[in-house]
Design a protein around this ligand. Structure first.
Ligand SMILES: [Fe+2]
Length: 390
């Protein structure tokens, strides 16, 4: 009996040692920026094993990141740090129009007995051999801004990387993914494989990413969980923000066909969802922040069309009357895979609706007097221009 106990003890000790020697945590995806505002930003990344994670920030003041202890921001829920592989950390209490440096840190969490947790050595983004990441908070007093939009990429990763190869150099205020980045979302790793790994590598660690769900983002086994990758200021896939002279509204279009269509396996209830969203939109349109903005721009993957497919018609019925009354300068969509400009006053909209073609990049410059749009294909050929003057 004593011999058996000894053998068991050795086995348990061996297992503990093996766990202790588990390799250090590795950052496998990201980081990328979400929900950047005047006073906050959120960083998202993944690790190869369960970890507690945090973000450290430093002012852009010329000091080395190791100059002093830096403030730490944890992912926590109701006061308890979250252990997992998907990390979403909100950094708040910041000043507008200010550049900050940040790094991400992970401590792999080894679960022990009775809810005890032990941590392996810390691993984080390098601030010694390379520069830390930079982020600049939004600024309503900035006189002019620029942004890029791509949509309907449908999993063409090489073309996406070509379109956004110079995104970091161009110093956009943000890049918008305006829907249908893939055709189906069956696993979380597909989302990274098809576009989020590319986005993180090319720009999104330092340039804010504005994510807009398309109808194809509502399809596939992972579709219900997909919004977990894109935290927003509202906690929902529809939200709003202000940068420079423009107030931006992101609408979540839902599906394009009626909810009972055979393609949705009986899971769609987007009519109800768009009604709920319209209630939110009504509040936003009445807010002082929206009303006082010199420029107002809407992102919605599906364009409103009175006589279009059900999704487009329901979007028109529920969203357009609110925005017609409130006043909008430009509505930007994709979905139809071709360029289309519906002028203000046509099809029941008091504002222009512009559809960016599939696999093209729309570059926009905005100030209080107007919007200047240029649309390029993957060969950098200028396909379309559009100017709006106020
Ligand atoms: Fe679409």
């Amino acid at each position: 009996m004593k011999k058996l106990i000894l053998i068991l003890s050795l086995l348990i000790a061996g297992a503990a040692t093996a766990q202790d020697n588990k390799k250090s945590v590795v950052i496998t995806e990201g980081p990328y920026l979400q929900a950047v505002g005047e006073n906050e930003f959120t960083v998202v990344w993944k690790t190869d094993q369960d970890a507690v994670a945090w973000v450290e920030i430093a002012p852009d003041d010329g000091t080395h990141f190791y100059n002093c202890e830096r403030p730490q921001f944890y992912q926590a829920q109701f006061g308890r740090k979250v252990i997992g592989t998907l990390h979403k950390v909100k950094v708040s209490g910041l000043k507008p129009a200010t550049t900050y440096r940040y790094r991400i840190i992970n401590a792999a969490a080894l679960k022990g007995e009775k809810d005890r947790v032990r941590f392996t050595e810390l691993r984080g983004s390098d601030v010694y051999r390379r520069q830390p990441y930079y982020v600049t908070t939004f600024d309503r007093n900035k006189s002019g801004i620029s942004f890029a939009v791509v949509n309907d990429i449908h999993g063409k990763t090489t073309e996406l990387e070509t379109l956004l190869a110079d995104a970091a150099k161009r110093k956009y205020d943000f890049v918008c993914f305006n829907g249908d980045m893939t055709s189906r979302n069956n696993t979380q790793s597909e989302v990274f494989k098809f576009y989020m790994s590319s986005a993180s590598k090319l720009f999104a660690a330092q340039t804010p990413l504005v994510y807009v769900r398309g109808n194809h983002e509502t399809r596939g086994a992972y579709a219900t969980s997909l919004p977990e990758l894109f935290p927003s200021s509202t906690g929902k896939p529809y939200y709003s923000f202000r940068q420079g002279p423009a107030y931006f509204i992101v609408l979540d279009c839902g599906e394009d066909k009626p909810d009972n269509d055979m393609e949705y396996s009986g899971l769609a209830c987007y009519d109800q969802y768009r009604t709920e969203q319209a209630e939110w939109l009504r509040e936003i349109a009445a807010s002082e922040e929206f009303r006082s903005a010199p420029m107002r721009i809407v992102f919605c993957h599906i364009p409103p069309e009175i006589k279009g497919w059900h999704g487009a018609a329901d979007i028109h019925k529920k969203f357009v009357p609110i925005l017609n009354e409130a006043g909008v300068d430009l509505w930007l969509s994709g979905h139809i895979h071709k360029y289309k400009l519906t002028e203000a006053g046509e099809d029941g909209c008091n504002f222009p609706v512009l559809c960016n073609p599939n696999v093209c990049r729309l570059d926009a410059q905005v100030d209080a007097n107007g919007i200047d749009v240029k649309i390029f294909d993957v060969n950098s050929t200028l396909l379309h221009t559009y100017q709006l003057k106020k």
